[in-house]
Structures are given as structure tokens and as C-alpha cells.
Design a protein around this ligand. Structure first.
Ligand code: FCB
Length: 453
């Protein structure tokens, strides 16, 4: 196939998150987060893994930036650990926590890599969880205060800000299925959490804008939801799961209102005490770009007596089995057409909305370094297929601004601990040695050509 070129100025980068890579969880005054607490619960995380050491990025950040440089990255999306900045989630600022990000950002700037900061990638200060976490309105208010602190400190060098990473996971895996911290299984709290995460986004967006932020965004894990057949029951199931995965976030963010069907669904679990008048206007802040984290579509069919998925409240009678086909080590079906569909759907439903792919990648069982190499051909095929799918959406009119691979390096994959490897750089956890995989070399070429051969 002849070469595919991306638009001029297309941003190429990679992403990580604080708890997944930093380690040093007790260093320099960092307070405990919900992930420290959760990973200490027996059986919550595979093999009892925790983020205590992770990739030692807190200590090795300079080497890691050098690695990014060697790949030719334009941008690096990292997250700031709120409990390093405010160890108890509010009040006094811990300057040693700020210092770490100060050093990291300087290092990135010196290497000519644009720092993109995510304010919340799931490591909520435990002190705030003790007061209700995201199910409590107060957390959104505290989040805005924290956002103001970091934006004032780093706004001179960080242009691009993401408020919240994947509010769907934070709300529904955290408070409905309990697969993620804080491990709560109460759908009523999950719906309140959705609202407070969105409200926190809106308040934080105002705060970072006031501090002079260049670009304000949020990263959503929207998905293409696909019916098993086009019978009415299956289509109704798709509509509901599309609502819970996509519209419950997109509509308030971009139009200032929840879709009616989602209010009705939430009311099956909780009175809507948490929605106050005026909240819609706060949530709907101008977005310079929308971040999309894409991995796989979701398939749904109606099936009587199916238990449904605890992460999708109200999905009793629905089955989420994907059709046969290739899957990653996460069990996620590989289907790049879901990305094209999603980008074109956003383009159609929210005209003129610029989008950036803020995460995309795959876990494969490539734990062995052989003769200094990791031949991760499956990952290359996954990334290549998804870049072609993204390019197809651009050709059909989508305003896609950039692509960030998940992830720069193997890391703590939440409830799976270190047993799932998403990196384009291999990490040997016993020695902390980094080895760029074949996919890293492949990506370096993609970046230098601004496209695919
Ligand atoms: C996303 C998360 C990210 C990583 C990838 C695999 O949901 O944002 O931290 O775990 O999935």
C-alpha cells in the first residue's frame, strides 16, 4: 500500500499515568491515594501487586525523557498525582510534590517535547474518599482548588491540560462494579460520581483557564457500541449502553444537559439530589480539543436472564460477548473500524469538534527480552491498524489533531497489576531496565515520516 500521510502539525506522542509508573508512593510527603488503599486489599489486584515501586519513574524521569527523545515524540501526556500536591486532598500544598513535576516539565521542555498534563488519572487522595469521594459534591470543589494550584505553577510551560481521565472508569469501575479503587459496588454512588466528575471537570476547566491555560480538554473512553443483530431488543440495548458509555458524558460536556434516557436510568437507582440548577452551565466549558481513549468496541445483545455487567447499571438481560476474532491479552477484541466509526460519529454529532486520540494501544504477553529485543509484532499490527483507521476518519472529514500511544512503557495495569504489558518500551521490573520493543522502533519511523509507509 502506498504511504499514508497525516496532516501537517499532527501531534505524535505517548501517554502514561502517575500511579501506574511513578512508584515512590511515600516519598517527599505524598499522601495516600485510593489506589494505595485498594491495592492493599487482598485479591483486589492480581498477585497483590501495588504501585509502590512501579517503574520508579519518580527517580528515573530524566532517563525516561531521554527515551522519549530517542523516539522523537512531539508530546508526552502524563498525570499529576493529586496526593503529591495536596497530601490530604485539600489545604496546604506540598512543595516537594510540585518540585517533582517542575523537574519533569523542565526536562521535557529542554528535550523539545510538549508536556500534556492530566490532572486526575484515578489517584484520589484517600482523605477525600473518607468523606465520600466522587459521590460527594465536595470532591469536585476540592478538585478545582487543586487544579488552580498546579495551573498557576506550571501554566507557563504546560499548554495542554486534561482535567479528568476516563470518568466512565472512575465512576462505574470505581463505584458500581468495584473493580477499581475505591472498590465500591453501589450504582447510586456511581451516578452521583458521574455528575461530580463532570462538575469537577467544569470547575477545574474554569480554574485552569483563569490561570492562562492554552488548551483545556478531558479524556473520555468513548466506544462504538455494536448490536448483535438489528432486532428491536438488541437496538434498544445498544441505545442504553451507548448512553451509559458515551452520551452521559458527551451531552453535558458539549451541550450542557444530560440525555433524558440517562436521567431516567439513573433514577432507577437514586433520586437526582446531586444535580443542582446551574451545574449544566458549569460542566459545558469550551473544549479546545476532546481527548478520546480508544481500545475496542462494545458489543451488546438482549438475552433474557443474562446477568448483565455490573459496570453498566441496569444492563440485566444484556449480554456483552464480542464476536469471535482476534483479542489482545486483555481479552479485548481488536477492531480498528470501531475507531473510524467513533471519530466519524463525533464529527457528525458535534460539528467542528477537534479530537485527539489520547490513548490507544494493546497488551500482549511479550514479557521476554531475547537477545536484547522484544519482537512485539502483534502490537505493531494493532497500532498500524488503528492509525489506518484514524487516517480513514480524517479523510472522511474528522478533525483529528494527534495520536498518543498507550503506553510509553509497561506499567501497573490497575486491577491486573504488572501482568499486562501495554508499553512500546519493555520494563524489567526486577532491574528497572528499559528496552524499546520493535514497536518503539516502528513508532519512531511513523513519527519521522508523519505517517505510514
Ligand atoms: C485506560 C486507562 C489507562 C490504561 C489503559 C489500558 O482505561 O486510562 O490508564 O490502563 O486503559
Amino acid at each position: 500500500m502506498s504511504g499514508l500521510r497525516f496532516p501537517d502539525g499532527f501531534v505524535w506522542g505517548a501517554a502514561t499515568a502517575s500511579y501506574q509508573i511513578e512508584g515512590s508512593t511515600e516519598q517527599d510527603g505524598r499522601g495516600p491515594s485510593i489506589w494505595d488503599t485498594f491495592s492493599a486489599v487482598p485479591d483486589a489486584v492480581t498477585d497483590g501487586h501495588t504501585g509502590e515501586v512501579a517503574c520508579e519513574h519518580y527517580l528515573r524521569y530524566a532517563d525516561d525523557v531521554a527515551l522519549m527523545s530517542s523516539l522523537g515524540l512531539d508530546a508526552y501526556r502524563f498525570s499529576i498525582a493529586w496526593p503529591r500536591i495536596q497530601p490530604s486532598g485539600s489545604g496546604p500544598v506540598n512543595s516537594r510534590g510540585l518540585d517533582f513535576y517542575d523537574r519533569l516539565i523542565d526536562e521535557l521542555c529542554a528535550a523539545g517535547i510538549s508536556p500534556m498534563a492530566t490532572l486526575y488519572h484515578w489517584d484520589l487522595p484517600q482523605a477525600l474518599q473518607n468523606r465520600g469521594g466522587w459521590a460527594a459534591r465536595e470532591t469536585a470543589e476540592r478538585f478545582a482548588e487543586y487544579a488552580a494550584v498546579v495551573a498557576a505553577k506550571f501554566g507557563d510551560r504546560v499548554r495542554s491540560w486534561f482535567t479528568i481521565n476516563e470518568p466512565w472508569c472512575a465512576a462505574f469501575l470505581g463505584y458500581a462494579s468495584g473493580d477499581h479503587a475505591p472498590g465500591i459496588t453501589a450504582p447510586a454512588q456511581a451516578f452521583a460520581a458521574v455528575h461530580h466528575l463532570l462538575l469537577g471537570h467544569g470547575l477545574a476547566a474554569q480554574a485552569i483557564r483563569a490561570a492562562g491555560a492554552g488548551e483545556v480538554s478531558i479524556a473520555l473512553n468513548c466506544t462504538s457500541v455494536r448490536p448483535a443483530t438489528d432486532n428491536d431488543e438488541d437496538l434498544a440495548a445498544v441505545e442504553q449502553i451507548d448512553g451509559l458509555s458515551n452520551r452521559i458524558f458527551l451531552e453535558p460536556l458539549l451541550r450542557g444537559e444530560y440525555p433524558d434516557d440517562m436521567l431516567t436510568l439513573a433514577e432507577r437507582f437514586t433520586p437526582l439530589w446531586y444535580v443542582k440548577s446551574g451545574d449544566g452551565a458549569i460542566i459545558k466549558q469550551p473544549l479546545d480539543v476532546l481527548g478520546i481513549n480508544y481500545y475496542t468496541p462494545t458489543w451488546v445483545r438482549a438475552r433474557r436472564n443474562a446477568p448483565g455487567s455490573p459496570a453498566h447499571p441496569g444492563s440485566e438481560g444484556m449480554d456483552f460477548t464480542a464476536p469471535n476474532g482476534p483479542v489482545t491479552e486483555m481479552g479485548w477484541r481488536v477492531d480498528p473500524t470501531g475507531l473510524t466509526d467513533l471519530l466519524l460519529r463525533l464529527h457528525k454529532d458535534y460539528e467542528g469538534l477537534p479530537v485527539m486520540i489520547t490513548e490507544n494501544g494493546a497488551a500482549y504477553a511479550d514479557s521476554a527480552v531475547v537477545d536484547g529485543q522484544v519482537q512485539d509484532v502483534d502490537r505493531i499490527a494493532y497500532l498500524d491498524g488503528h492509525l489506518r483507521a484514524a487516517h480513514a476518519a480524517i479523510s472522511a472529514g474528522a478533525d483529528l489533531r494527534g495520536y498518543l500511544a498507550w503506553s510509553l512503557m509497561d506499567n501497573f495495569e490497575w486491577a491486573f497489576g504488572y501482568t499486562r504489558r501495554f508499553g512500546i518500551v519493555h520494563v524489567d521490573y526486577a532491574t528497572q531496565r528499559r528496552t524499546p520493543k520493535a514497536s518503539a522502533d516502528w513508532y519512531r519511523k511513523v513519527i519521522s515520516q508523519n505517517g505510514l509507509a
